[in-house]
Design a protein around this ligand. Sequence first.
Ligand code: FAD
Ligand code: NAP
Length: 545
Amino acid sequence: MSLLKVPPQVDVLVIGAGFAGLYAHYKLRGIGLTAFGFEAAPDVGGTWYWNRYPGARCDVESLDYSYSFSPELLDDWRWSERFATQPEILRYAEHVADRFDLRRDIAFATRVTACSYDDATATWTIRSDRGETIRCRYLIAAVGGLSLPKPPEIPGLENFAGRWLQTSAWPHEPVDVAGKRVGVIGTGSSGIQVIPILAQQAAHLTVFQRTPNYSVPALNGPVDPAYEAHVRADYTAHHRANRQTKGGVPARINTGVSAMSVTPEERQAQFEKAWGFGTFSLQAVFNDLTTHPKSNAAGAAFVHAKIRKIVKDPATADKLLPKTFPFGTKRLCLDTGYYATFNRDDVTLVDLRASPIERITASGIRTSDADHPLDLIVFATGFDAVTGPLLALGIAGANGVALRDAWADGPQSYLGLMVAGFPNLFTVNGPSSPSVLANMLQTIEHHVDWIADCIAHAEHRGFDRIEARADAQTSWAQEVADMADKTLYTKAESWYMGANVPGKPRVFLMYIGGLDRYVDRVEAIVRDGYAGFAFSRVRVPEERL
Ligand code: FAD
Ligand code: NAP
């Protein structure tokens, strides 16, 4: 960790040093602008710096969950597993930082607490929790959509005599759970990854489940050498092709037809093929699983049957069946032995819908019908996603309007890239862009490339103020909402809808039309002279920072 001297002013300030922030520094150097960065963590990696819980790994195949901007980087990095572990992905981020000397302009262990725009000079002033101030012409919020954990929100935690941890802020040193009674709250992607490992290590594991989730076997293992050779034959073209898919990954098991257009036997066979392949294939094998209620019900029934087959105790199996939301409308989980974990004698499943948590006591968790004695409580309870980390920046835009006020009824953004009323502020994977609905290394590179091109476009034409137009933003928001309404996604109480955070406005946070369509739309907007964006000049040239 290095504590850099913060310059008084810079062309571009980048907040965050995860994959988005790192790539932003690389790109900005390429267009000759001075850049500086703040990162709350002591080092690079973002998601993969913080989420160190046992079992953490990517759910997009490693060969795809990689940057594509540098052929040399593609050549000199080898992944060991089909779905890399957190330590390996973190090493990759560190390797990228070293290879391109990206740490030199980043102040680590420094959290941005306030950002205010000055209309007169078209500049932003940024303040950090270390009391530093820096002025910049452009501000890039590369803060990640999943970087603000929900606080443990269960009463009584302060009285607990044991230890408690969050998956999203797991300690660096190994956590010894041998001989301990461990409780995990939460069965989203994080819970589903950590539960099987903790079950193997703990004396007893109690899983507190509020909503059962759909999970498919990841079928992890070493990278398949034949597939790797195929991809590496033209890795750049592979990544380019990925950007032209809905999910930013190759559609390897995909019939391209409705689940209702085939016979029940064929449907079953295709579901089996997808289940036996791993990845998100089970959601992509037919083209209407998240839009057509009958197709969706067929997908749900297939997973229900699998759960019933894997889990030996029928009552436990029944508790694990997701029934309260359509299949695939919360992020599908990829697991290694998740459902089979509930066959262990030393694992208990508590259904919080039947017996809710009342409070945490000194000795464990009290539900409405029992006391569960515990030595360690693990919160795998998720994040205040997408808007949370942006609102935490304390942003005040033109005329001093706070982003928090502008978004009081839900986020508004043009393309997830800029917000009307907040000139020269760019968001990477902001609300109403594909973000987590696609492979995020792809969505990150696309956004950062666009931001750098947009700034270069302005600079070359002598502009110093770029802003999304309110009318363009309104019609984009409508288009995004209309698209979501045509799917079953809006029927789930998910973090995609903001439903996981009490009081958060219910707005579908992503563009659901697919990365391919989104990229085409954005390219068309640029070809159309950056339609929907207003460029202007505020300062006279000699006032340039
Ligand atoms: P992040 O990695 O979140 O980095 C943002 C950085 O900004 C953080 O380091 C944070 O400390 C910093 N920051 C935030 N606020 C401030 C502030 N106020 N001041 C200073 N610094 C700040 N996506 C996939 O596509 N495939 C996967 O397999 C996948 N697996 C995931 C697994 C987990 C456990 C989680 C939580 C997410 C996963 N994601 C996955 C999503 C993942 O977040 C993205 O893939 C990607 O890592 C995001 O990179 P980023 O740089 O945009 O954001
Ligand atoms: P999540 O999907 O939001 O899951 C949180 C879990 O905690 C849910 O089961 C939720 O129940 C439960 N919960 C929350 N508050 C609770 C409370 N007060 N009492 C009881 N239960 C509570 O969060 P996550 O698992 O961290 O995953 C978030 C996202 O990160 C994923 O969707 C994915 O995009 C990414 N991720 C990916 C991977 C991967 O496989 N590569 C791994 C981890 C995370 P309800 O459903 O009832 O709210």
